[in-house]
Design a protein around this ligand. Sequence first.
Ligand SMILES: [Ca+2]
Ligand SMILES: [Ca+2]
Length: 736
Amino acid sequence: MFAHLRTIALAAFLIIQLAPFAQAEVSFHVSSQAASTGDGTEAKPYPTLTAVRDRIRADRKAGRIPAQETVVVHIAAGDYRLDATFELNPEDGGTADAPVIYRAATQGTVRLQGGLTLEPNRFAPVEDTSVRERLQEAARDRVVVCDLNDLVSKPFPEFKTSYRGSPAGPWLYVDHQPMTLARWPNIDAESDSWATFSKAVDTGLPNPKSEDPAKQKLHPGAFIFDNPRPAGWNLQDGVWLLGYWTHDWSDEVIRIADYDTNSKVISLAAPHNYGINGGTWGAAERRFFALNTLDELDAPGEWYLDRPQKRLYLYPEAALEDTSIVLATLEQPLMRIRGAKHIRIEGITFEYAHSDGVSLENTEHIELAGCVVANLASSGIRVNGSNNTVRSCDVYNIGRGGISVNGGDRKSLTPAKNLIVNNHIHHYGNFQRTYAPGIGVHGCGQTIKNNLIHDAPHNAVLYGGNEHLFEANEVHSVVLETGDAGAFYTGRDWTSQGNLLKRNYIHDLGSGNPDHVNTMGIYLDDCDSGDTLQGNIFFRAGRAIMIGGGRNNPILGNLVIDCPIGLHIDSRGMTWKQWNNPSDPSWMLEAKARAFDYQSPPWSTRYPQLANIMDDSPREPLHNPIRDNVFVNCTKQVTSFDGNVKKLIDKFEISDNIVVNTHGKPGMPTAGDVKGFQTIAGTENEPLTCEIREVDGRDQLLMELNLSGQTGTTQWNVDTLNQIGLYQDQFRKELP
Ligand SMILES: [Ca+2]
Ligand SMILES: [Ca+2]
């Protein structure tokens, strides 16, 4: 009746005698080249994952798969085109002893794809004169067009007037790389890939004195742009601008409503929450680039979709023959597991959705291992549940965040025990440039270890919640185009307590300006409290550690090398009127704590200083012990403490910190008269050794400081950095 293979995966009769439960497994086979008449055997595989999932469901219902047997689905190499999410539900799960495993026959050769493959020969030169006239002259004979009318029956969605996050789909990928929607300035423009302006004629912020009722509330702004370029844009078809309109941590795409060639005023079609050049920290100029217009399709790698006509235009980077061209049309996640337990997904590549890659919702003991999750418009992997693991996966070319993890119960402080380990996450935040982190962490009790995160406009790790462990992660080349932002970031919450950031290696942040102090290594913003920073290494990481007014943040044994500023602590809780002010609900620090019943167990016993906070000068940045840290060659300031912090210094526990001036350079900053710091210096001829240097392609920490009695320096050695970041395992056989 049924033809599944049964294998006894044990080597010897003796072992079978000893094992109370034989580790039997049931196997099924899937191949994208198979006929629809398959039966799941190796000889006659099923053509789709859905077919094999339904077969397993049916066999289980009929009692044909014994409950104690592991089920393994062997997936042959090939492209598996999905028209809808591949869904696994509670009945598709297994048990701890008998999981269900979906396994690529060979890691990396099984591709679940949501896109429409376009054959290169569908692309032809542009002959339509009205289109040719809109193209820049040099591009006219380079751009090719593909008519999608016989491939796509439904209308394409229109771009919204304004949006944050993913634009309206679809998106184009050539040879597994996302193409650039036609834009100006070009992404590789020699001068700058951003256009700038400094003069808003109307910020769009509410003006209570205005006679126009529309202007009394938030409304679309307008600004003067001293460049004739917009005169060439077809505003009827639409031109959108992605801008950091006021803050360098808030991007939004807004359509142009109108352009006046005489006054050079660009009027926007929708308001921006913070206004247009509404006033920000430190910068007079604001940035934007124009996108989604045929008029600016003039560089290799750019594309444009004429949505009403269903014609796709591409300026190829190279000859198209033999390239993979995919239009990602699927507006659903590629895979969703809901409410299931004990499933393993091994070695599968998920790509091309105008949505998320993989979504785990309310799951337990699900493991994704050795998977590639790439080329997606929204998030890579979302995890919500407990005891789930994302191991040794590669996540890249992502429109929003890489991996997000949630679960556990904060009120009872029950940990979720989700584990995010040994993942390589890079080139994310492509569409949503801010608050779309490499790893976003919420809930209670997540573990984030040995990940490598790089190349993104904003945060590497964005977190809130309780009892998380961030250990041995390597982060570099993030916060590339934003400011007032951190590689690790959390903010404005007393209740996010019990988090430990330990032995992370944070280096080479920002856009290459070594003096950049508006970029932080670890940023505990707006009175955020309750986190321990221990043994982290910061190298060329801007303002390495920033405590923005918060409490109970021990700073222990960190090593800061070649950063402009070592440690910043300010007293904003004492001076900002928003602090605990009901007129600003995003603050309301005490109310947030009350929601967790913070003066009763388990909170009051786990976080006793929080329980007592309202009787303990709550506005002061207290209980931040600073011990055993080493600051090497800070160029601007070792400690950046404001006046109130200095006045409160006797209340602070500061001890055994060392400032190192390796070459005895004159004029290098020291900690001045701040207690608990000792300065040591070498000389030009006999420098002290404390540096990070690349040896055989790997960063190595070279440190020879003779510091008897100073505990801070004993925990690092030449092997330290080798233990941080990615490691080899059965799924990650080579390191990048
Ligand atoms: Ca362009
Ligand atoms: Ca916190």
